[in-house]
Write a protein that binds this ligand. Structure first.
Ligand code: GLU
Ligand code: MG
Length: 449
């Protein structure tokens, strides 16, 4: 966007505050807002931020073991192209931001800059990733001072659509005003659970769109006196909130889907198979970024559509990676892979970077994903699962973090300093939740994302 177009929009919409936001490694969208009169200087040199923000937990606790402590400064550098007037909050606009060093270089721990390096690696191989984050979320309404799920109706139920319409339509309108293309809407199986799938986008736009999505859903709810939660498993007895990542690789002109091969089994190319094999082989470590909260692991129960055994399968909705069949007549454009063990608390830049890192390892080493699983793996006997190597997901975040520490490809690919800091921060988060007791997860994750 041109600077003068942006200035015009600020005047036209009476913008009082422009926020420069980034997503911290903890997954929370944070930022600082500035008055429009400071626009030029902030676009030039950014806003000040302590490096320690890379290490704070969702409780804003800075672990003493972290490398980054209160001395040391970086800059929040807003990206002009992401400027949006917030349709749900009069007087506000936002820009997504990178974190830079004081002298204007990408900061080693900036998640958005990390994704740029992985997108460049793909581009050096003549490839572009297109992706869509598919969020499920829980709508809460206030009943006698208590926040309660909106409904207890059925998955895909038409009655739930009637009931939720006043909540869903303002969200769709606000997303579309910002250029997010909403493709579908449906009530989901959990109490108060709904889903709004959006159009896939090339790499950076896909991750940016996920930030805009979460911000818009949460902000629109607040503006309309209801609330939403992106917590992975808000109630143990009903379905969890996933955020499956659909993706495909394309040639550099985005004209040919490199995951599609008309002659391949299930329409899949070798590239798709190698990429998928990379994901499966780095899975426990990958989950440290895609299922990043203690609560994330409550989601992975058998027969809850969330997947919990490491495997792939064509149109298998209980597999880690579902090879999604193409739509008749549009196969070459629509065949894609769906990665299931991710939820909406993930930092989308770290999640997508780690998926690409694992997938590229699969391509470079020509890994084989093994036999597809053609049933719900939970229906196989334990002996059969063992024979086929269908291991269960890590039981908790601590196990995923240990796997990450031991995964050379992800550790080196994402950077040892980043991974060390992340693991330290997340371990402090686990410790805090353990020490707070029963309601700690609700406190930590219900309304913070
Ligand atoms: N709610 C399920 C999950 O936790 C996903 C249901 C679906 O397939 O959309 O991942
Ligand atoms: Mg769903």
């Amino acid at each position: 966007m041109q600077r003068d177009t942006l200035e015009k929009q600020i005047i036209e919409h009476n913008v009082e505050l422009v926020r420069a936001i980034y997503v911290g490694p903890d997954g929370i969208t944070r930022g600082k807002a500035f008055r429009p009169s400071s626009l030029n200087e902030i676009l030039e040199s950014g806003l000040g931020l302590t490096q320690a923000q890379a290490s704070v937990t969702v409780f804003d606790h800075l672990p003493p073991e972290s490398e980054f402590q209160p001395v040391g400064e970086v800059r929040i550098r807003p990206d002009l192209d992401t400027f949006q007037v917030l349709p749900y909050l009069p007087g506000h606009a936002r820009m997504l931001s990178d974190i830079e060093t004081i002298d204007g270089q990408p900061w080693e721990l900036c998640p958005r800059s990390l994704l740029k390096t992985f997108l460049n690696q793909l581009s050096a191989k003549g490839m572009v990733i297109r992706a869509a984050f598919e969020n499920e979320f829980t709508i809460f309404i206030n009943e006698n001072g208590e926040w309660q799920p909106l409904d207890q109706l059925n998955c895909f139920s038409s009655a739930a659509m009637d009931l939720a319409s006043p909540y869903i339509l303002p969200i769709i309108a606000a997303l579309e005003k910002q250029g997010v293309m909403v493709e579908k809407y449906y009530p989901e199986a959990g109490h108060g659970q709904h889903e709004i799938p959006v159009r896939h986008q090339p790499g950076m736009q896909a991750a940016d769109q996920q930030v805009v999505f979460r911000e818009t859903v949460r902000g629109t709810a607040l503006a309309n006196n209801f609330r939403v939660s992106f917590m992975p498993k808000p109630a143990p007895e009903t379905a969890g909130n996933g955020c499956h990542i659909h993706f495909s690789l394309w040639d550099s002109d985005c004209e040919r889907n490199l995951f599609y091969d008309a002659g391949g089994e299930y329409g899949l190319s070798q590239t798709a198979r190698h990429f998928m094999a990379g994901i499966l082989s780095h899975l426990p470590a990958l989950m440290a970024f895609t299922a990043p909260t203690t609560n994330s692991y409550s989601r992975f129960v058998e027969r809850c559509w969330s997947s919990c055994y490491v495997c792939w399968g064509p149109d298998n909705r209980e597999a880690t990676v579902r090879a999604a069949s193409g739509f008749r007549g549009r196969e070459s454009a629509t065949v894609n892979l769906e990665y299931k063990p991710s939820d909406p608390t993930c930092n989308p830049y770290l999640a997508l970077s780690s998926l690409i890192c694992a997938g590229l390892d699969g391509i470079e080493n020509e890994l084989n994903p093994g036999e597809p699983v053609l049933t719900d793996p939970a229906l196989l006997s334990p002996q059969e699962r063992e024979r086929r190597g269908l291991t269960r997901y890590p039981i908790d975040l601590a196990a995923a973090l240990s796997a990450l520490e031991q995964d050379d490809v992800l550790r080196d690919g994402l950077g040892v300093r980043r991974v060390t800091d992340y693991v330290t921060m997340k371990r402090a988060e686990i410790e805090m939740i353990d020490s707070l007791g029963k309601d700690a997860e609700q406190q930590a994750y219900l309304f913070r994302f």
